[in-house]
Design a protein around this ligand. Structure first.
Ligand code: PMP
Length: 437
């Protein structure tokens, strides 16, 4: 029971050091936007497990469906036979996929596994080897996913050699061009696409290149939405050169940015669409969806894997008008953050406010930050975002940072109430002010 669970020293002794976390507290239970630590302290959760519990913790319908399913069929044996929930889930997902061509499903347990599967499918379908990944990308922790992850070197520390054949192309984020916030999007897009075209001429011939993999909103790499023209440009380059376009919506999907999938903003058609996290609101499930004529090129037996909770998730989006809430709360959050940026004392410490829906970032211009002088950054490790995040937790708000830049990210539950959002914003403002002074 909770009362007899081992103390924190036990956790520190026996949980792998390789696993980093925001807090050393022990979570006892969680409900909606709130998490309760051992001892009874309750904090507001603006992380949602990095965009997993999009409908809040322990959504009653999702939890009930899971409990009922457990009494009926736990292991679906998908490598042995079809099973009922599997087919009902596909039927439901077909009504929300962002493009009518996406009609063939492969399920796995985690985002990383689905990325792994998508890479394997891209190679198996095209019979080509190389993969183009984006600078700043995060795709997961398994070996293939790690090879296409380009946001922080620590993710692959000691793991080389990684999967060969991965080349990196710039994502249109001003940091990647040693530029500054407010840089002309059209120019960043033009430069990024030009680099990709050069790459296909200089480093990885189209005849050797299977696919381009991209997050439509850079997640771990800084919460940077790709301008639609960039994604459209990628689609064109892929079409022109016979490459598949893999869209990773593990973090940006399932309503996070105000549409069911972010790719709907640009209208771009993915060849392989990866979804996970919000798909089952905390239960381990991911999927790769693609057109049937592509997956028909795979030999049966190439892929094997394993779902009723996600059906409730999809239903909740309709019944509880989740997307309407995302867009209304998003407008309030942006308004508050822009007001903070315009504030004469706090504003100069904020470099950028950006994002889409409830996938929102504030990037600080801390004294440690100097994009033009890496030596300064080396001597003084980035600290403002960490200090703000730590102060927020002390004041009752879980708030995550991102990769190597001075950025904190807001990932509240998509059904968060205006009151709870306001509380979180209030804590954040106080934390920033306290860190500055
Ligand atoms: N892709 C993206 C865009 C992600 O944000 C993540 C997880 N943060 C993953 C893949 C990996 O997913 P998982 O942690 O479920 O393996």
């Amino acid at each position: 029971s909770i009362a007899t669970a081992p103390p924190i020293e036990f956790a520190q002794r026996h949980v792998s050091k390789g696993l980093a976390r925001l807090s050393e507290d022990v979570i006892e239970r969680a409900e909606g936007s709130w998490v309760t630590f051992r001892g009874g302290r309750t904090v507001l959760d603006f992380t949602c497990g990095i965009g997993v519990t999009n409908l809040g913790h322990c959504h009653p319908k999702v939890s009930k469906a899971a409990a009922e399913q457990c009494l009926n069929l736990v292991h679906g044996q998908c490598g042995i036979a079809y099973h009922e929930p599997y087919l009902r889930l596909i039927e439901r997902l077909l009504t929300i996929v962002p493009h009518a061509s996406l009609d063939s499903f492969f399920f796995a347990n985690s985002g990383s596994e689905a990325v792994e599967a998508a890479l394997k499918m891209a190679r198996g379908i095209t019979r080509k080897q190389n993969i183009v990944a984006m600078q700043g990308a995060f795709h997961g922790r398994t070996f293939g996913a790690m090879a296409v992850t380009k946001s922080k070197t620590v993710y692959a520390d000691g793991s080389s050699p990684l999967m060969p054949g991965v080349v990196t192309s710039p994502f249109p984020y001003w940091h990647h061009f040693n530029s500054a916030p407010g840089a002309d999007d059209a120019e960043l897009v033009r430069a990024s696409l030009y680099q990709l075209e050069l790459l296909l001429l200089q480093q990885s011939a189209p005849s050797d290149t299977a696919a381009v993999i991209v997050e439509p909103v850079l997640g771990e790499g800084g919460y940077v939405p790709a301008p639609p023209a960039f994604l459209q440009g990628l689609r064109d380059i892929c079409d022109k050169n016979g490459l598949l376009l893999i869209i990773d919506e593990v973090q940006s999907g399932f309503g996070r940015t105000g549409r069911m999938f972010n790719i709907q903003y640009s209208g771009v058609r993915p060849d392989l669409l990866i979804m996970a996290k919000g798909l089952a609101n905390g239960f381990p499930l991911s999927a790769v969806v693609s057109p049937k004529d592509l997956t028909d090129k795979l030999k049966p037996g190439t892929m094997v894997r394993l779902p009723s909770t996600p059906i409730e998730v999809a239903d909740a989006f309709q019944e509880e008008r989740i997307l309407e809430n995302v867009n209304a709360r998003s407008a309030e959050l942006f308004e508050a953050l822009w007001a903070l940026k315009a504030d004469p004392t706090v504003g100069p410490h904020i470099l950028d406010v950006r994002g889409q829906g409830l996938m929102v970032a504030v990037e600080f211009a801390s004294p440690a930050h100097s994009q033009f002088d890496p030596a300064v950054q080396k001597k003084t490790p980035p600290s403002m975002s960490m200090r703000v995040s730590k102060r927020c937790l002390e004041k009752g708000l879980l708030l995550l940072t991102t990769s190597i830049y001075e950025t904190v990210r807001f990932i509240p539950a998509l059904n968060i109430s205006p009151e709870d959002l306001g509380k979180g914003i209030g804590i954040f403002k106080e934390a920033v002010e306290e860190v500055i002074h």
